[in-house]
Design a protein around this ligand. Structure first.
Ligand code: AKG
Ligand code: FE2
Length: 290
């Protein structure tokens, strides 16, 4: 792991968030923003108080711009997400890609923890790592993401109010990273221009992702993705055997397709494979003549 992600990981785990400056070149993000401009233009305002009536959002960024692949597979960020999430899963997965444009006059978003989309135990497990990529400088005035430092982990169980939020002012090329257990929300936009950013989030590989990745990128589209990216969006089994198709890895759908005659095949973690092998061997030994 690089020094950057080392110190970032510490800060992320200690305070629930971190800012990685110069994670990508400014010009690269400017070009991505240019790619997405017509889609922002076409998109309708959201409905509902959480998404925000003065906010536009669209997903499926991997088919909106070829550049999104790099964003989603940013090595430092992926390493960081794996460091945080791997204690609770075999492999991580892409949870969401979403472009967000908050227009002037937008109210602040309800402070929330993204982990609350899942009804599992809270306070012990980290479910999610969130990355906000500003497509333009984020300022307190234009609605920079508001983060409540130190509100993460077991503090998600506290009933008492946490400290005041901090508006994370950030330059283009920076990545604002925070945990699924960290209280946060979009700020109000009191400026004269829309605030644009992209959320890319990663979650435990055995969860139902927020954006349905298999429908966002069905096999005929995912076929064109490199296998690591296809794996990240769910075209791989989470051992043991989770997410299979006919007992096989779903990646078969991207290659030769399902064979005419199928036989299911175990995909177990090494500890489980050993357990199963021992159990099978013991029974064989019992029935076979010595
Ligand atoms: O746009 C932002 O700054 C944060 C958005 C957010 O947290 C969400 O929509 O869940
Ligand atoms: Fe959020």
């Amino acid at each position: 792991m690089s020094t950057v992600s080392d110190s970032a990981a510490r800060s992320l785990l200690d305070h629930g968030w971190c800012l990685i400056e110069d994670a990508l070149p400014t010009g690269w993000i400017v070009a991505l923003n240019r790619d997405l401009a017509p889609i922002f233009e076409q998109s309708l305002f959201c409905r509902g108080g959480f998404y925000g009536e003065r906010t536009k959002r669209f997903g499926r960024l991997l088919i909106r711009s070829a550049m999104a692949r790099e964003l989603v597979q940013h090595p430092h960020i992926l390493g960081l997400a794996e460091d945080v999430l791997k204690p609770w899963c075999d492999t991580i997965q892409l949870n969401l890609t979403q472009a967000i444009e908050i227009h002037p006059g937008a109210l602040a978003q309800l402070p929330h923890r993204d982990q609350d989309m899942w009804q599992g135990t809270k306070g012990e497990v980290e479910y999610l790592v969130n990355v906000m990529w500003p497509l333009m400088p984020f300022t307190e005035e234009n609605g920079a993401t508001l983060i409540y430092p130190d509100s993460h982990g077991s503090r998600a169980l506290d009933e008492h109010p946490v400290d005041d939020p901090v508006a994370i002012e950030a330059e283009v090329g920076s990545a604002i990273v925070f945990l699924g257990s960290t209280l946060h929300g979009a700020g109000a936009n009191r400026s004269a221009v829309p605030r644009r950013g992209i959320i890319v989030s990663y979650c435990l590989g055995w969860l139902k992702p927020y954006e349905n990745q298999w429908l966002a990128y069905p096999p005929h589209i995912a076929k064109a993705f490199p296998s690591t990216l296809a794996g990240l969006i769910g075209y791989r089994q989470h051992r043991p055997n989770l997410g299979n198709v006919e007992g096989l890895c779903p990646s078969v759908l991207l290659n030769d397709g399902l064979p005419e005659r199928v036989g299911a095949e175990d995909a177990l973690r090494p500890d489980q494979a050993r357990l199963v092998a021992n159990f099978v061997a013991q029974q064989r030994a019992a029935v076979e003549p010595s």
